[in-house]
Design a protein around this ligand. Structure first.
Ligand SMILES: [Zn+2]
Length: 343
């Protein structure tokens, strides 16, 4: 949930740059939103010129609705599918976006003052510029102070429109992050007990979105997992096999790979395989690995929740997985034998 280097970002299926919003309004910190009940439906804002035949929204919703059925409802969740065709439409949507972020606390300024403040933020000014020039940017953002909300912003949704499979895939991936963030304190370091490591966030979302795409009949899950090893699939280079040949001392929980630039994909690819290991080698139910164990993180912390649900400590898991993943493709692929695409 940290911006990827541009090279890798361009290769990512999800195009996600998940970052906490830096513009959250000042307020008392509250607990993450843990209550999936009574959360309104996600709201999709679509700029003029897009979705003329309905397929953009339909293919996004295909992923989003599947993910919400699986993970439950968290939000409010606002989806922005934007493009350069109508500046008036784009500015109208950003004005509405500002209103969703306004805090009812009058001490923070009037509605109009808060709206103008948001629209004048340098990152928002730049984002609107990107939309109007047709640049593909954006990703998942969220606020850490009230009003708590999540946003999936696509600055040039014409790309999504032309690629129905990637459109659905991205919607699945980002909603898993919404679920994760709802059970984490993202103000804490990702190594802390109340937040999750990058391999957990990106790896589990990479696994779940690929698995769900397989369930929907839109991709071949097992082939995708193999590709992560051999070619890096749609995540990036080097592939898992290339990376492991060069890195005899890598650690899955080392957050430093973000900073080296070339290894950020480790969290996606090896994290996806670490997720597969939990489900297919340790035989933990998929719903527990992808969803249920998160419920305990706010209360007992990441390490205790992991041990409770997976039956091993995180450190023991890292040791076991390291030995597993260094085996050949044909050996590790055996973990999927007898699996179906249905669940
Ligand atoms: Zn992601």
């Amino acid at each position: 949930m940290k911006p990827l280097p541009p090279l890798i970002l361009a290769l990512l299926v999800t195009g996600c740059t998940e970052t906490p919003s830096t513009d959250a309004l000042e307020s008392t910190h509250t607990s993450p939103n843990l209550d999936p009940v009574n959360v309104v439906e996600p709201v999709l804002f679509v700029a003029a010129g897009l979705n003329t035949n309905g397929s953009l929204v339909r293919n996004y919703q295909r992923g989003l609705q599947y993910a919400m059925d699986y993970f439950g409802r968290y939000g409010p969740y606002y989806v922005y599918l934007l493009g350069p065709d109508s500046e008036q439409s784009v500015r109208h949507i950003y004005h509405q976006r500002a209103l969703t972020r306004a805090n009812a606390d009058a001490r923070l300024g009037s509605l109009e003052e808060q709206t103008q403040k948001f629209l004048n933020q340098p990152n928002i000014v730049n984002e609107i510029r990107s939309v109007l020039s047709g640049m593909a940017e954006g990703g998942l953002t969220w606020t850490q102070d009230p009003p708590i909300l999540y946003e999936d912003v696509t600055t040039n949704a014409h790309g999504r429109e032309k690629d129905p499979v990637e459109n659905t895939w991205g919607a699945l991936h980002e909603y898993h992050h919404v679920f994760q963030i709802a059970h984490c304190d993202t103000k804490q370091e990702r190594t802390s007990e109340k937040n999750i490591n990058s391999w957990i966030s990106e790896g589990m979302a990479t696994y779940s979105s690929a698995k769900f795409m397989g369930n929907l009949g839109l991709s071949d899950f097992e082939d995708y997992m193999l590709q992560l090893r051999t070619s890096g699939a749609n995540i990036g280079r080097p592939s898992i096999n290339e990376f492991l040949r060069e890195s005899s001392d890598w650690q899955l929980n080392d957050e430093g790979y973000w900073d080296t630039g070339e290894f950020a994909q480790v969290y996606y690819m090896l994290g996806a395989w670490a997720t597969a290991y939990l489900i297919h080698v340790l035989n933990i139910e998929e719903e527990i690995v992808l969803r249920d164990w998160y419920y305990d993180i706010p209360r007992m912390g990441k390490s205790a929740a992991f041990r409770k649900h997976m039956g091993v400590s995180l450190n023991e898991f890292y040791r076991k997985f390291d030995a597993f993943i260094r085996q050949t493709d044909s050996v590790v692929m055996q973990i999927f034998d007898g699996q179906t695409e249905d669940n």
